[in-house]
Write a protein that binds this ligand. Structure first.
Ligand SMILES: Nc1ncnc2c1ncn2[C@@H]1O[C@H](COP(=O)(O)OP(=O)(O)O)[C@@H](O)[C@H]1O
Ligand SMILES: [Mg+2]
Length: 504
């Protein structure tokens, strides 16, 4: 009998089916990886299990009995604990005080000395080093994570959910986390390890369940699978749309990148000597598993991230050190993956978000805003891009995901850009909105724009790209045609197998 079973779990958010009939079973003494691209529904599923979200339908069976998990406190009482991506420690408390607080919430009142000793004992057993008296605000991210895990172990959790734990760790810290996970397993706990990194999953997991667009693609044993199969499962391939990709005359190179090196958030080089060219009238799809430098590449072209070495040439100019407004005015459009945090100002109105780039460019009045022209432009864009909003004055945060994306397209594409950087432009959108995004991007290409499409999803790339470049470990490792016969080779390249035959 499985320790834990999730049956037919469905969870819908406005405009997104985050979990679609998901089944997952977890055994004692196993590390079960939950693998999937960003937005696949991993966190949502685990927040349901941990009592943070309520499922729309489905069933959770724990130790053979159906349970209805009401809250994280209830989950912990049952023996199910989660370390979330955003930690939940009290910064002004020490490690011991945080554990005490957690115990008190569960109705247990032990002595501080007793807590301190048991915490140190657990820390030794699992090799999770912490200073019990250090205040949380002084701790590094790695220390905070270790404390979160120790808190769960202290409470006697039998199921430990770790949501992308390695995302915030150095390679050395990752090694010791993996050792601690091995310990948990040996002591009979079940660990649910969430990740989108294939090599980590292949190293630590006993079984892997792959989620894609809210659905389970499959559950496989580690010894029966390979990095390559997991890559294919993760980014999938199922034909949803058939568009006619009109061949238009390919023009001169619009974007040229030479020997680009860019650092990621943690300070390591994530783009490592990358070369790339996108020409007018083509969509170049960059395929790759998340975390191989895609985000940093996009951000450096738009100017959000400094370039360490190398050159970015746009339309004949070296723009490597241009400020963002200059790039925007020269004709670079950006559709970032993070719609809510980066692409729109959530508390500004739909109208303000639509025209913000034109106002700084002076088209709608430089010193004084031309209200009448702004209103006319806004009404026209809302109609042309079919944005469903109760009014142009409403704050953007109240729009659905699909309509926010239409707003972004309206703002970016209405300025007839020469280059469009589109990062996962349909992630989390429903089928109608997806089709709309593809149609607009194809139209832009036919108009003569160069489109750089960054996506993990091969469906997306195959649907609209003219050429595919595969990114792995910060470099372009090969090119392919978006053709079924190339799928296998693309999958291999994505998994870091570079000695594959060129077919074209
Ligand atoms: N609180 C929320 N409100 C609305 N949509 C959400 C919320 N949480 C997640 N989503 C959406 O649900 C989908 C799955 O998200 P998530 O479970 O966070 O994916 P993952 O953890 O695999 O990256 C995404 O499209 C995301 O935008
Ligand atoms: Mg997540």
């Amino acid at each position: 009998m499985a320790l834990l079973e999730l049956r037919n779990i469905t969870k819908r958010f406005p405009g997104v089916l985050a979990n679609d009939n998901v089944n997952l079973s977890v055994e004692s003494g196993e590390v079960h990886a939950l693998l999937g691209e960003n937005g696949a529904g991993k966190t949502t599923l685990m927040k349901i299990l941990f009592g943070i979200y309520r499922m729309d339908s489905g069933e959770i069976i724990f130790k053979g009995k159906p349970v209805s998990i009401r809250s994280p406190k209830h989950a912990l009482e049952l023996g199910i604990g989660m370390v979330q991506q955003h930690f939940t420690l009290v910064p002004s408390f020490s490690a011991v005080e945080n554990v005490l607080l957690g115990l008190k919430e569960m109705g247990i009142i032990p002595q501080a000395q007793e807590v301190r000793e048991k915490l140190l004992r657990l820390s030794r057993i699992y090799g999770l080093e912490i200073d019990p008296d250090e205040k949380v605000w002084k701790m590094t991210v790695g220390e905070k994570q270790r404390l979160e895990i120790l808190k769960l172990l202290y409470s006697g959790a039998e199921v430990l959910i770790l949501d992308e734990p390695t995302a915030v760790l150095t390679p050395q810290e990752t090694r010791s986390l993996f050792k601690a996970i091995e310990q948990m397993k040996e002591r009979g706990a079940a660990v649910i390890f969430i990740s989108h990194k294939l090599n980590e999953v292949m190293e630590i997991a006993d079984r892997v369940t792959v989620l894609r667009r809210g659905k389970v693609v499959g559950t496989v044993k580690k010894e029966d699978t390979s990095t390559r199969e997991l890559a294919a499962m993760m980014v999938g391939r199922e034909v949803i749309f058939q568009f006619e990709k009109k061949k238009v005359e390919i023009g001169p190179p619009i974007l040229r990148i030479e020997g680009l090196k860019v650092r990621g958030d943690k300070g390591y080089l994530t783009v490592k000597s990358l070369d790339l060219e996108v020409r007018a009238g083509e969509i170049l799809g960059v395929a790759g598993v998340a975390g191989n430098g895609q985000k940093e590449l996009a951000e450096s072209i738009y100017g959000l991230r400094p370039v360490e070495e190398g050159k970015i040439l746009f339309d004949g100019n070296d723009i490597t050190s241009w400020p963002i407004p200059k790039r925007i005015n020269a004709g670079i459009a950006y559709i970032p993956q993070d719609r809510k945090e980066v692409a729109v100002a959530q508390n500004l109105s739909v109208a303000e978000n639509l025209v913000m780039k034109d106002c700084c460019a002076g088209k709608l009045g430089r010193m004084k805003l031309d209200r009448r022209r702004i209103d006319l432009t806004v009404v026209r864009l809302i109609e042309e891009f079919n944005i469903k909003t109760p009014s142009p004055a409403i704050r953007s945060r109240y729009l659905s995901g699909g309509n926010i994306q239409k707003l972004i397209l309206a703002r970016e594409l209405s300025r007839s850009p020469k280059l469009i950087i589109a990062e996962h432009p349909t992630r989390g959108l429903d089928v109608g909105a997806m089709e709309y995004v593809y149609t607009r991007l194809l139209e832009e290409k036919e108009r003569g724009a160069a489109v750089l499409l960054l996506a993990g999803d091969l469906d997306e790339i195959f649907t609209i790209s003219d050429r595919v470049a595969v990114i792995y470990d910060g470099k372009i490792v090969g090119y392919a045609n978006p053709d079924e016969s190339e799928l296998e080779r693309i999958g291999l390249l994505m998994a870091g197998v570079t000695d594959v035959q060129e077919s074209a």
